[in-house]
Design a protein around this ligand. Structure first.
Ligand code: NDP
Length: 387
């Protein structure tokens, strides 16, 4: 079998590293076309050398010279800048794994979809901001979208794609994050370090904070709506602290199907890399006797208002999810920088949504414009809270 071409967008992050780990375990199966990063020159150069990538791209143009130096003599092509990210996505790799964090991932992800690549998508913010555009582009090009997010990957594995009308509910599981049982006072005083200290998953800083506010689950509701033919009314969230049941699909006869596995992103990533086959992974096997019991509880919308905000944005549609996402990115960055408190995150998102009336979105330019407006508004609202 000849090796499959793959490009990894966001190769230096948590999902990127898990993906490269799988590639390195079976190097003969892969021809790495391009790897990208934002500013982590050392991480990108070392990853590109380790897997023999043809091209390495940094989004930040000021890092170009450093990357060129770091890869001197390797024969690996080097590029920098936002348009170079899209060019990387357009190179003829059969699979593109999209693992950039935030809406910054949208243009290259869309570029990969437009050329008909098989898209393994972890970058949920892209689907939240522009799910309709991505789906339409995939339909036009024949691109297959494979969800990397563990919940959506679970749903994908048990969803009856040929007979979606038999599905009654899709239930996303949520770990509950580090503040599942915390009081509102504890959450008000929470530090970035506490918020990033996820009880189960090891992830990048932004998604860790999103998991702590439950905004992550809110973004995933919107993501699920774009990945599967289900309405907002068919989606539910259940808190499941053990994080071994990765989501449920319920059918008209009352049957519920679920996918289980240890909380290791290499399992859903491997599913996407091997699809429609399966491949071996080093992920720990689930020891059900050791897990002993599976707990479930309803989410608390009072302590975690971000979840309700995301649900409302999903129902409103149009630009609302993009505004929600942009405001959240600004507020999470502010929280991580120590500028605002943990509870301010959802408050800033709510205020930004109140300020910007939802409008239809029909193009990438419109998404980029509303994203920029929402960031300006959220930054202004954040400055008010910092006074
Ligand atoms: P990380 O923060 O660990 O990594 C993010 C990656 O994106 C890095 O390669 C980073 O480069 C790059 N990047 C950041 N900003 C930009 C930018 N402006 N332009 C181009 N590239 C950029 O994130 P994660 O791996 O945790 O998450 C990635 C995505 O996957 C997110 O959308 C997240 O929600 C989703 N996801 C993550 C899971 C996880 O387990 N981590 C699980 C499910 C979904 P650099 O290193 O140079 O900064």
């Amino acid at each position: 079998m000849s090796p499959r071409g793959i490009t990894v967008l966001g190769a230096t992050g948590s999902v990127g590293a898990s993906t490269l780990d799988l590639i390195k375990r079976a190097p003969a199966n892969w021809k790495v076309e391009a790897l990208t990063a934002h500013r982590d020159v050392a991480g990108l150069a070392s990853a590109a050398r380790a897997v023999g990538a043809a091209l390495a791209v940094v989004a930040d143009e000021t890092c170009y010279a450093a990357l060129k130096d770091a890869l001197a003599g390797s024969g690996i092509e080097v590029a920098a800048g936002a348009s170079a990210l899209c060019d990387a996505a357009r190179r003829p790799a059969e699979v593109v794994l999209s693992a950039i964090v935030g809406a910054a991932g949208l243009p290259p992800t869309l570029a990969a979809v437009e050329r008909g690549a098989t898209l393994a998508i972890a970058n949920k913010e892209t689907l939240v901001c522009a799910g309709d555009l991505v789906r339409a582009a995939a339909k036009a090009s024949g691109s297959v979208l494979l969800p990397v997010d563990s919940e959506h990957n679970a749903i994908f594995q048990v969803f009856d794609h040929a007979r979606p009308e038999r599905v009654t509910r899709v239930i996303l599981t949520a770990s509950g994050g580090p503040f599942r049982t915390a009081s509102i006072e504890t959450m008000r005083a929470a530090t970035p370090q506490q918020a990033c200290n996820h009880p189960v998953w090891s992830m990048g800083a932004k998604i860790s904070v999103d998991s702590a506010t439950l905004m992550n689950k809110g973004l995933e509701l919107i993501e699920a709506h774009h990945l599967f033919p289900v309405t907002a009314d068919q989606l539910e969230v259940i808190v499941h602290p053990q994080s071994v049941v990765h989501s449920f699909v319920e059918y008209i006869d009352g049957s519920m199907l679920a996918q289980l596995g240890s909380p290791d992103m290499r399992t859903p990533i491997a599913y996407c890399l091997a699809w429609p086959e399966r491949m071996a992974t080093p992920s720990a096997r689930l020891d059900l006797a050791a897990v002993a019991r599976l707990e479930f509880e309803a989410p608390d919308f009072e302590r975690f208002p971000a979840l309700g905000l995301a649900w409302a944005a999903l129902r409103t549609g149009g630009s609302a999810p993009a505004v929600l996402n942009a405001a959240n990115e600004v507020a999470v960055a502010g929280f991580l920088a120590g500028q605002i408190g943990f509870l301010d995150i959802a408050a800033i998102v709510a205020d930004t949504l109140d300020c910007l009336e939802a409008a239809p979105i029909a193009s990438l330019d419109e998404v980029v414009a509303i994203d920029a407006r929402a960031r300006i508004e959220a930054t202004r609202l954040m400055a008010e809270r910092m006074r």
